[in-house]
Write a protein that binds this ligand. Structure first.
Ligand code: AKG
Length: 242
């Protein structure tokens, strides 16, 4: 996708945009090997890397968590331990569409590796700004770059198009500071976004999104970068541990 092909109007209306793969199968394999390396690195030195690890067992029911002890759900940040993912964050195929939407160059705001290994946990319906950020700026665009095919069985993203409009801060489900009250998720408007390895989805920080548990025997990994307009500067540089 080059800048000319980015349907900015569609993004603004729907709150998301999917895009074709920018990596060959050979390049994707390098990224998968790098993802495995980061997992091994973090597991081999928990003393140093624990702050960047989310464990699956903390996001699954007691029944689902059986056999998932010691399985990593997410690593964040990653660019400080991976030259490959640091360079990839500024790959033209990723930042050009984001720049086209912002109308200016971009800075990296956040970076992570979501693993969703077999039996990996769901992400209930949420809005990233509402649950997780509320700091620095809400001028943000997130991009998922899948390292594996993502489908409904292994937990591809599902979205509610247009749910970002007006920047609503939807109420949380009782007892949660992450999950949106199901009454505010219009079931008739949910769109699953299955994508092939290498393909991408860009979305707005207020967009309602969800992904299910991975019911397959294969990983459903993705790299996630979030960007802000460069004119705001490097506003989230304090995210690195230590
Ligand atoms: O990895 C996924 O499937 C979803 C992740 C997500 O929604 C998030 O990081 O906000």
């Amino acid at each position: 996708m080059n800048t000319k092909q980015v349907d900015v109007q569609q993004y603004l209306e729907d709150g998301y945009l999917t895009s074709e793969a920018i990596f060959s199968e050979q390049e994707l394999e390098v990224l998968r090997v790098e993802s495995d390396r980061l997992v091994e690195l973090c597991l081999s030195d928990l003393g140093q890397h624990e702050p960047r690890i989310q464990w699956e067992k903390n996001y699954l029911t007691r029944e689902e968590a059986k056999g998932m002890e010691g399985v990593i759900r997410k690593l964040e940040p990653i660019i400080d331990i991976s030259p490959i993912f640091a360079e990839m964050a500024f790959h033209k195929g990723i930042i050009e569409p984001v720049s086209a939407i912002f109308g200016e160059p971009v800075e990296l705001f956040e970076d992570k590796l979501n693993l969703k290994l077999p039996n990996g946990s769901p992400y209930p319906w949420h809005q990233d700004w509402n649950c997780c950020w509320r700091a620095h700026t809400d001028q943000l665009i997130t991009c998922f770059i899948y390292l594996d095919d993502a489908n409904e069985e292994n937990g591809c993203l599902k979205v509610v198009p247009g749910s970002h409009l007006g920047k609503p801060m939807l109420p949380f489900k009782q007892g949660s500071t992450f999950e949106i009250d199901p009454a505010y998720v219009d079931q008739t408007k949910i769109v699953p976004c299955p994508l092939k390895a290498g393909e991408m989805i860009f979305f707005d920080p207020y967009l309602l999104h969800y992904s299910a548990i991975n019911r397959t025997r294969s990983p459903r990994r993705c790299i996630i970068y979030t960007y802000n307009p460069a004119s705001l500067g490097k506003v989230n540089e304090n995210r690195f541990p230590g």
